[in-house]
Design a protein around this ligand. Structure first.
Ligand SMILES: [Zn+2]
Ligand SMILES: [Zn+2]
Length: 243
C-alpha cells in the first residue's frame, strides 16, 4: 500500500480489495499546516497497512488531528480501532445521523444488513458492540470546515447511507463523495440499511451543481480531469432506477 500525492494538500491511499472491498483513504491538509485530516480508514484488518503507507509518505502521525468519515459502512470504518491505537489523539467527525448510531452502539449502518453482520462477525471474529465510538464533532451538512489551510464544504448526501457526506474544495475543485458516485458512471448501492433511491437521486443532483475537476471516490479509480457535466450525466443515466 502506498500513499500517492493527488495535488498539494491531498494524498490518496488506494484500498486493497480482496474478497471484501476496502475503502480508499485520503489525507487532506496543507503539508506545513501540521493539521491533517484522514478521510475514512478502510476495512477491518487493513488499518496497519494504511498507517505504514502514511509513514512511508513522510507524514507524521501526530499531525493527523482528526478522522472524518464519509459514512460508516464497515469497509470505511472497519479499521478504526487499529487506526486509533496508532493515532489515539485524533478526533472522530461523522454526520449527526450516523454519529448518533455509533455512540449508541447501533451497528445497523456499519453492517448494512443482517446477513453481512453474521458473515463479517464469523469471518473476522468481530464481536457484537465493536463499533461503539465517541464522536467528537457531529457534522450537519452546509458547513465549511477550515482544515489545515484548506476550505472544505460539507454536503449531506443521503441515499447510499443516511449520513453520507461529501467534502468539496471549491478552490481546487476537488470532490470526495464517499460511495455516492464513482468513476465510469457508477453510483453507490442503495439497498442497505438506511438507503433510499429517491434520496440518492436528490443527492446526485445536488452534487451535479458543483464544479468538479478531481473526483476522489471511496472505491475504484480516481479521476483527475473530470469532464464538466460528468455528475449530471451520471445522475440522468441512473434516474430511472432511483425512486
Ligand atoms: Zn464503500
Ligand atoms: Zn458504503
Amino acid at each position: 500500500m502506498k500513499a500517492e500525492k493527488v495535488v498539494t494538500g491531498v494524498y490518496f491511499i488506494a484500498g486493497e480489495d480482496e474478497f471484501m472491498p476496502d475503502s480508499h483513504v485520503y489525507i487532506i491538509g496543507e503539508p506545513d499546516s501540521h493539521d491533517l485530516s484522514m478521510i475514512d480508514v478502510g476495512l477491518f484488518g487493513k488499518g496497519y497497512k494504511k498507517i505504514q503507507a502514511i509513514k512511508n509518505a513522510g507524514i507524521e502521525l501526530k499531525d493527523i488531528k482528526r478522522i472524518i468519515m464519509t459514512h460508516t459502512h464497515l469497509d470505511h470504518i472497519g479499521a478504526l480501532k487499529e487506526i486509533k491505537e496508532k493515532i489515539p489523539h485524533a478526533e472522530l467527525w461523522v454526520h449527526r445521523t450516523e454519529a448518533e448510531q455509533l455512540e449508541a452502539g447501533d451497528e445497523r449502518t456499519v453492517y448494512g444488513m443482517d446477513m453481512f453482520k453474521q458473515m463479517f462477525q464469523m469471518q473476522f471474529g468481530i464481536k457484537p458492540g465493536e463499533f461503539k465510538f465517541k464522536v467528537h464533532k457531529k457534522l450537519e451538512g452546509g458547513e465549511t470546515l477550515n482544515l489545515g489551510g484548506m476550505k472544505w464544504r460539507v454536503l449531506h448526501i443521503p441515499g447510499h447511507s443516511m449520513g453520507s457526506i461529501a467534502l468539496y474544495n471549491p478552490h481546487k475543485m476537488i470532490l470526495i463523495p464517499g460511495d455516492v458516485i464513482y468513476a465510469d458512471y457508477n453510483i453507490g448501492r442503495f439497498d442497505l440499511f438506511g438507503a433510499s433511491g429517491k434520496q440518492l437521486k436528490e443527492s446526485l443532483y445536488k452534487l451535479a451543481e458543483l464544479k468538479v475537476r478531481i473526483l476522489l471516490p471511496g472505491h475504484n479509480r480516481i479521476v483527475k480531469n473530470l469532464e464538466h457535466d460528468y455528475i449530471l450525466k451520471t445522475a440522468r443515466q441512473w434516474e430511472p432506477y432511483l425512486f
